[in-house]
Design a protein around this ligand. Structure first.
Ligand code: NAD
Ligand code: MG
Length: 338
């Protein structure tokens, strides 16, 4: 494949990342085609946004870059049955998460360039930051460089979605996969959720009002995280009281203690040795019964009903994640610390 400044791009999948990438790349002047199953849930949306939508097999045929933006668990079959038989010789295959390549679920054809461009944020924010003239920080990696231009393709795509406007950091498929999984499991999604739920339960079980506990353990977390985002833990210490600082410094280690650190290490080990990947792949293959019931328990946790009632009076909140405002801090001019 010859390297052009504006390669033809096909995006397969039009969900959180797919829609944001497709819209940003089109606005950056790229020729974008969307590949979706006919009658699938997002086809109408892609057409309403003005894209040419084709069946995945047809959509990948003429593309110089094919971005695989379907859920991770459907990618191996999609690659084997649809992408590999149809993707052009020498094209560039692009992922937004290294999972399937790193854990050997996809072994890309030898003639392809294989790269990763992973924005460090949800799709709605990838789109919004682009629209206001910035981008979310991204990492990129090269797994296979057949043409000698694989890094250029990754950086061109990264710039097209707005990610290179911020610091784009070069990584590897292994590092991106393992750190991304660790972050979402131990800190961002798993750790934060369980911390909030346990804190709320502790207060409510001790007889405090559920609504007051909600403000303390969930609502205010955003305000603290905004300070982290703007200026790190340093910024938080500048804004909280001395009493809060002393309490945080002496009692924080009660909660995140040696046992918590050992558990974090266990989370990381299970990512590194493939235990987590094998378990998730087996769960998906078996129909997701455990995943669905655990998720339902999260959705039915009593803090959700309390929050729903309180948020009904927070008129500044929108209901759809696609319309959600970025954090207040994201609207501030970028600083070296951000
Ligand atoms: P998603 O679940 O939001 O979207 C999935 C899309 O794929 C939908 O358009 C769906 O209709 C389509 N799809 C499903 N099965 C298909 C099939 N067999 N053939 C064709 N299309 C199919 O997915 P997402 O969360 O945007 O994740 C996409 C990729 O981006 C994943 O690799 C994920 O790890 C990565 N990623 C996601 C985020 C995020 O914030 N969601 C962040 C960084 C990276
Ligand atoms: Mg992730």
């Amino acid at each position: 494949m010859t390297s052009t400044s504006k390669p033809r791009i096909t995006i397969v999948g039009y969900g959180s990342q797919g829609r944001a990438h497709a819209l940003n790349l089109r606005d950056s002047g790229f020729d974008v085609t969307v590949g979706l199953r006919s009658g699938g849930p997002t086809e109408t949306k892609a057409r309403a946004d003005g894209f040419t939508v084709k069946a995945p097999a047809d959509a990948v045929k003429g593309a110089e870059i094919v971005a695989v933006l379907t859920p991770d668990m459907v990618q191996p079959q999609l690659y084997g049955e649809v992408i590999e038989p149809n993707i052009a010789q020498g094209a560039c295959l692009l992922f937004a998460h290294g999972f399937n390549v790193h854990y050997g679920q996809i072994t890309p054809r030898e003639d392809l360039d294989v790269v990763l461009v992973a924005p460090k944020g949800p799709g709605a924010l990838v789109r919004r930051e682009y629209e206001i003239g910035r981008g979310v920080p991204s990492v990129y990696a090269v797994h296979q460089d057949k043409s000698g231009n694989a890094e250029t393709f990754a950086l061109t795509y990264c710039a097209g979605i707005g990610g290179a406007r911020q610091n784009a950091i070069r990584t590897t498929f292994k590092e991106e996969t393992e750190t991304d999984l660790f972050g979402e499991q131990a800190v961002l999604c798993g750790g934060a959720t369980k911390l909030v739920q346990a804190g709320w339960e502790t207060l409510v079980e001790a007889g405090y009002q559920p609504e007051v506990a909600y403000y303390e353990c969930l609502h205010e977390l955003k305000l603290i995280v905004d300070l982290f985002y703007e200026g790190g833990v340093t910024r938080m210490h500048e804004f909280i009281s001395e009493t809060a600082q002393y309490g945080a410094l002496t009692r924080g280690p009660y909660v995140v203690d040696d046992n918590t650190r050992a558990q974090m290490k266990k989370v990381l080990t299970e990512i590194q040795d493939g235990t987590f990947a094998r378990q998730w792949i087996a769960e998906y293959a078996a129909g997701n019964a455990n995943y669905k019931s655990m998720k339902q328990a999260d959705l039915e946790h009593p803090i959700e009903a309390v929050g729903k009632k309180l948020r009904a009076n927070m008129k500044w909140l929108s209901t759809s994640p696609q319309q959600a405002q970025p954090p207040a801090a994201a609207l501030e001019p970028q600083t070296a610390a951000a």
